[in-house]
Design a protein around this ligand. Structure first.
Ligand SMILES: C[S@@+](CC[C@H](N)C(=O)[O-])C[C@H]1O[C@@H](n2cnc3c(N)ncnc32)[C@H](O)[C@@H]1O
Length: 285
């Protein structure tokens, strides 16, 4: 019994500090996400439904289940991820991309070179679709030429639930207010209470499940990697390893965008140059 127990003694489903500790260690080992003791009730509220659905009467039995059943473990971890995102979140990155990165990318595409962009904690896709809107721009004819060139945009996440939203490209209509009008008119269409991302963009972006802690089945390097608002959930050792791997996957002359409260740590700091607010550049060798 730990000091967590009095706090959770009234929980409808029996749940102890020991259960929380086991879940927290398991989530950290499989996803890198840290769940400090203050998150004990959040874990309860997010997993109680799973315990009931598994026809179990307490969390201890559920812990046993997720220790041996990888599918249920993945479901539990998905439920414990925080997927908050929105279109054009932290808009300085999209302004930097439009002014500094896009012109050079268009030149390279016109010369039949390839361009690769990766949103590495994509959640439901708003981030990578925002970038795709800026990349394609506001001229339909130019956009068509860009879309037909050697360009690939990849959105990956641990959670299949959010990836399925990204693949469908449908969002509540209220999300339209986050999209600048010049892009909204062209790239999102009203469908009742929802907006639907234009098929040109949906065809351009590939969504794949990928755990940043595991090996990445990715060939080649990227011209731009976004890794925003996921490292906040990781401990320093996990951040350091991740940043080092992301830097390896960045092409010389490529850019890395990270979240507003994140920073570079470890050896990657000597390989990347800070060139703006949470914007890093890998100098060509
Ligand atoms: C708060 S969202 C950030 C979304 C977007 N990048 C943004 O800044 O708006 C964090 C995302 O990271 C994902 N995530 C957490 N741990 C992960 C891991 N180990 N591998 C891949 N994705 C992970 C979560 O599923 C979640 O969708």
């Amino acid at each position: 019994m730990t000091h967590l127990e009095p706090k959770i003694a009234n929980a409808e489903i029996p749940y102890t500090g020991r259960d929380f500790g086991a879940i927290s260690r398991m989530v950290h080992a499989h996803s890198g996400i840290c769940l400090p003791e203050g998150k004990a009730m959040l874990v309860y509220s997010r997993l109680a439904r799973h315990v009931r659905e598994a026809s179990l009467s307490n969390f201890s039995d559920y812990v046993e289940l997720i220790q041996k059943d990888a599918t249920e473990r993945a479901r539990a971890i998905e439920s414990l991820t925080t997927n908050h995102t929105k279109f054009f979140r932290e808009d300085h990155h999209f302004l930097h991309f439009e002014a500094e990165v896009r012109p050079a990318m268009l030149k390279r595409l016109a010369q039949r070179e390839r361009v690769r962009i990766w949103s590495s904690a994509a959640s439901s896709g708003e981030e990578i679709y925002s970038l795709a809107m800026v990349l394609l721009g506001t001229d339909r004819r130019e956009a068509k030429a860009i879309a037909n060139s050697d360009i690939a945009l990849l959105g990956t996440d641990l959670s299949e639930n959010v990836l399925s939203v990204g693949k469908a490209g449908r969002y509540p209509a209220v999300a339209a207010s986050d999209i600048p009008d010049k892009y909204l008119d062209l790239w999102a269409h009203r469908r009742g209470a929802q907006i639907e991302i234009d098929s040109t963009l949906r065809d351009l972006v590939r969504f794949r499940k990928l755990n940043l802690l595991n090996p990445w089945p990715i060939n080649g390097q990227f011209d731009l990697i976004l890794c925003r608002n996921v490292m906040i959930y990781f401990d320093d050792a996990t951040k350091e390893t991740l940043l080092s791997r992301l830097t390896d996957h960045l092409a010389p002359g490529g850019y890395l965008y990270i979240g507003h409260s994140e920073r570079l740590i470890g050896e990657c700091a000597s390989r990347l140059r800070s060139i703006g607010q949470t914007i890093y550049w890998k100098e060509p060798a």
